[in-house]
Design a protein around this ligand. Structure first.
Ligand code: NDP
Length: 250
């Protein structure tokens, strides 16, 4: 079922933890070669060592990348190793939620960081792979959105706004490329156990745990499986959008 992903080159942003880490693991398990990117290079090197231990044949390139820094993104993609220079699949997964504030208390710095990462960062990275995908007339771009990009909840207005914006960009890109064989997918997860809440609460472990109180959370593997499924369909079909959530949030 996942055979089509074998020997493909897959670029994953935000691979140092959570969904991105699990996505890298499952793609390598099914024979893909991966460029794993994030700001924490030490985590990526650890992941590479673990993956090579199990899959010595895999090609794995850890790449330190801050998706908000356009010049750095351009430079990093211009220096990819030869085997990775024309990615078959891009997974825009890096994202942050900062704070849990009503609109009245929003902090400008957090607003900027969320839009820079969740919206501008996706555009900057996507722009690096589109020319070669267009030239080869093939490729898959998967954006990790959120259920909060479909509806909003209180105290997460800006995060939700960034994911609504991402959804709009994903839809536009799909239309812009629908005369080609480039497929554009949005995966919208609900609540899952990752470092996401720790980052959101400024690393307050107690608060972070309480936010998901009583919910049987998804694991990062649940989201990784859906992402692999979407990436490995026959090129004649595209899974435009898929939501996946814990039963309590469905
Ligand atoms: P994590 O916090 O575990 O992972 C976020 C990843 O994004 C990290 O690898 C982090 O790496 C990377 N990242 C953050 N900022 C940047 C940046 N400026 N440049 C490059 N990489 C960056 O959270 P999740 O795995 O849960 O989140 C992954 C995606 O899933 C996000 O887009 C999130 O919005 C979305 N999501 C998460 C849900 C959840 O409940 N967990 C629900 C719905 C959607 P580093 O810090 O090393 O740069």
């Amino acid at each position: 079922m996942f055979e089509r992903i074998r020997n493909k080159t897959v670029v994953i942003t935000g691979a140092s933890s959570g969904f991105g880490n699990s996505i890298a693991r499952i793609f390598v398990k099914y024979g893909a070669n991966v460029v794993i990117t994030a700001r924490r290079l030490d985590r990526l090197e650890e992941l590479k060592a673990e993956l090579l231990d199990k899959h010595p044949e895999a090609k794995i390139h850890p790449l330190k990348l801050d998706v908000t820094d356009k010049a750095a993104v351009v430079e990093a993609f211009s220096k990819l190793p030869e085997w990775a220079s024309e990615p078959d699949v891009l997974i825009n997964n890096a994202g942050v939620a900062l704070g849990f504030d009503p609109v009245s208390d929003l902090v400008e710095e957090n607003i900027t960081k969320m839009f820079d990462t969740n919206v501008k960062g996706v555009v900057f990275v996507t722009q690096q792979v589109l020319p070669s995908m267009k030239k080869r007339n093939e490729g898959v771009i998967i954006n990790i959105g959120s259920l909060l990009g479909i509806h909003s909840v209180g105290n997460l207005s800006i995060y939700s706004a960034t994911k609504h914006a991402l959804r709009a960009i994903t839809d536009s890109l799909r239309i812009e490329t629908n005369s080609t064989k480039i497929r554009v997918v949005e995966v919208d997860p609900g609540m899952a156990e990752t470092e996401f809440n720790l980052v959101r609460t400024g690393h307050d472990e107690e608060l972070s745990k309480n936010m998901y109180n009583g919910v049987d959370l998804m694991t990062p593997e649940d989201v990784a499986e859906v992402t692999l499924f979407a990436a490995s369909r026959h090129p004649r079909c595209v899974i435009s959008q898929v939501s996946i959530a814990p039963q309590a949030q469905a």
